[in-house]
Design a protein around this ligand. Structure first.
Ligand code: SF4
Length: 228
């Protein structure tokens, strides 16, 4: 099924700002900054905000802590709603990494997985889906992360009708990926990116475009929707 998606969409492309190539190891601190650089947090606005922050302020905690509130809000103009609030969050992230994690968040991820997850969830906007993604993309552990904005895709394909509740869909999708994918970061990053792309382009949350889909033959939702 993933091979068909790859043939249809091409090789998955991670956001270059945080993962220059598929084989790279992302930096957890930069991933948290990136997630807070745009709102709603699409790759387009997060990339724009992240690159503006890098160019105009710098990414090191000291760079960010040395910038004024006004400057941070200014950097995030044109990257979605509440730029001032995002400026404050970026400052909070920088301060926490500097004072609580000794300037290097990677060290905090080197211990037991539960502790690493707990450390990540201390940061603004990082809940379980964000923590799973960071653990996977930093290659800390081959976590079966699910793209948070399209948790229905995997559930539709393998189960049929999605649940009404976000958390149930997330857990069901995670169980499916956990069971169906080899336990290594390469295959799970690839699956993450392909499913995310499929959710954005065709298997949309409110109305999947099944008549354009390349994986109908594998999709239980599609089979259940068709007249006998
Ligand atoms: S057939 Fe429809 S529901 Fe199934 S994966 Fe494709 S778009 Fe999604």
């Amino acid at each position: 099924m993933l091979r068909l998606l790859e043939r249809f969409y091409g090789k998955p492309k991670p956001p270059k700002s945080i993962l220059p190539t598929l084989a790279s190891r992302a930096d957890p601190y930069e991933m948290i900054l990136y997630a807070n650089c745009g709102y709603p947090a699409t790759d387009k606005v997060c990339t724009k905000g992240f690159e503006a922050l890098k160019k105009q302020v710098g990414l090191r905690p000291d760079d960010i802590l040395g910038a004024s509130d006004q400057k941070l809000a200014e950097v995030f103009q044109g990257t979605g709603m509440v730029p001032e609030l995002r400026g404050q969050r970026i400052r909070e992230i920088a301060a926490r990494v500097k004072h609580e994690f000794g300037g290097d968040l990677r060290l905090a991820l080197s211990g037991p997985l539960a502790e690493a997850r707990k450390a990540l969830k201390k940061f603004p906007t990082i809940a379980d889906p964000g923590a799973d993604k960071i653990l996977l993309f930093t290659r800390t552990a081959p976590v079966a992360a699910v793209p948070s904005n399209c948790v229905e895709v995997t559930v539709r394909i393998f189960r049929g009708e999605p649940y009404k509740n976000y958390g149930q869909n997330y857990r069901a999708a995670q169980d499916i990926l956990q069971e169906g994918l080899p336990e290594n970061c390469d295959s799970r990053i690839r699956a993450y990116l392909l499913l995310k792309h499929h959710g954005q382009e065709i298997c949309k949350r409110s109305a999947p475009l099944c008549d354009q889909c390349p994986v109908t033959r594998y999709c239980r939702y599609f089979r259940l929707q068709r007249p006998a």
